[in-house]
Design a protein around this ligand. Sequence first.
Ligand code: E4P
Length: 216
Amino acid sequence: MEIFVDSANVEEIKEIISWGIVDGCTTNPKIASMEKGKGFEENTREIIKLVKGPVSVEVTTNDLQEMLAEGRKYTSWGKNVVVKVPMGISGLKATKIFKEEGIKTNVTACMSVSQAILAAKSGAEYASLFYSRIGDMGYNPTRVVEESVRMFNVSNVKTKIIVGSIRHLMQIIEAGLAGAHILTIPPQFLYQMAKNPKTDESINEFLEAWKGYKNK
Ligand code: E4P
């Protein structure tokens, strides 16, 4: 299982990359719009340079021609750019065209197995299932992830499933065990994953004992 960082904040991404746990990065227009001070292109180009793996950069339109123009522009910013395309008929058409042009896509905001299948069929490198948002609709997101993975395996589909929309630590384990190929995780949960009060207590106990020993 791979871990992507779900952020558009350069400093956050830089810090987490230094932990050695980042395989890629996903951004979206909402989190990108929260980055003040720099323009979208400047900020995104910095992220693309920082991250060794794939960086998903999302189009900001539902119009096919505009999606194609934005996606082609993004790919000129770096070799590791993956164009994030919204799930839907125009998004599927764009995915097919991008595939023919050798441009990798991440079909985003998939909420069902059916949508994930169409994303894969249209040529997406990645299909993003939105874990919490699926739950918001009253469906079981673990089941959606499990069934999508099973469906892809049965059909020998190479598209990778990214699980995004993580809002609780527990969901990371659930989605991972459901077979997600990639989890894209907001920085605050990566910090939470690294911490455990019992770890801190144990290490402090050892350090205190060591201090006493050194003082003798
Ligand atoms: C990832 O690709 C998504 O853009 C992101 O995880 C969406 O998360 P949200 O549902 O918290 O907005």
